[in-house]
Ligand binder design. Structure first.
Ligand code: ZN
Length: 245
């Protein structure tokens, strides 16, 4: 099977369309989504519709959860909360119902764990090798995918008592899987990359070849930003798109 793994779309329809265009000839069998379909961007319904049309195996992110229960946005920064309140008012009932139905984590094909922030805690940011160790220790599969930080990278387990190795992959790259390690992979963000590369990010996992490839795709940031500006969303949230931060 070839899986396309998407995370942190954040209502950025322009970026999502660019990624799906890039995937058109990739021979993908299933789409997987690691959450945060909505929040920040100006096209929440269209992004939900696309993920639903793809029949993606999906989980919820903290923004998806906050869009369906705005009390959960109390911990957000003021601009992020403003985006969630705007999103919650505009999401159609069927999309709210869809987001509400998503589990916080799941195991795909008995072999791939998908979570939003980390395996023990969906809201935890996996940033350092020590963070990664918490998920690696909790994994029941040999590969897991996570998002939430919006960095393209992977962690590979090390010998007992040692911290996992961290490999930031902001320009994209290929990971070859062996049977001796555990792998924790972040495909990066489709809709709001924060690893210094402003291009949309996603991964393809080919379980027969034992290979994960992270791809970066240019998209028209000016259009995505203009949509947010026209919607009255906070400038801080679209100014950062050009910087990839
Ligand atoms: Zn996110």
């Amino acid at each position: 099977m070839r899986y396309a793994v998407l995370s942190d779309i954040h209502s950025n329809l322009v970026a999502l369309e660019a990624v799906l265009g890039d995937l058109a000839d990739a021979g993908v069998d299933r789409y997987v989504c690691l959450g945060d379909i909505v929040g920040y961007g100006a096209r929440p319904n269209q992004c939900c519709d696309m993920i639903r049309d793809l029949d993606a195996i999906s989980i919820r992110g903290n923004h998806d959860e906050a869009a369906t229960d705005t009390t959960k946005a109390e911990w957000f920064t003021a601009p992020a909360r403003a985006c969630i309140l705007w999103t919650a008012e505009r999401l159609r009932d069927d999309n709210l119902e869809y987001l509400r139905s998503l589990p916080p984590q799941r195991i795909v094909a008995d072999a791939i764990t998908i979570c939003h922030g980390s395996i023990p805690d969906p809201d935890h940011y996996t940033v350092t090798p020590l963070d990664a160790l918490l998920s690696l220790n909790a994994m029941t599969t040999s590969i897991a995918f996570f998002g939430h930080t919006h960095y393209s990278e992977w962690f590979i387990s090390a010998d007992q008592g040692k911290l996992p190795a961290e490999y930031p992959i902001p320009a994209g790259g290929t990971l070859r899987i062996d049977n001796d390690h555990l792998y924790l992979v972040n495909p990066g963000a489709v809709g709001q990359p924060r690893d210094g590369n402003e291009m949309a990010s996603y991964a393809i996992y080919d379980d027969e070849r034992g290979e994960v490839t992270i791809h970066r795709v240019a998209y028209d940031i000016a259009i995505a930003a203009q949509q947010m500006k026209d919607a009255g969303l906070p400038e801080a949230m679209y100014a950062r798109l050009w910087l990839g931060v």
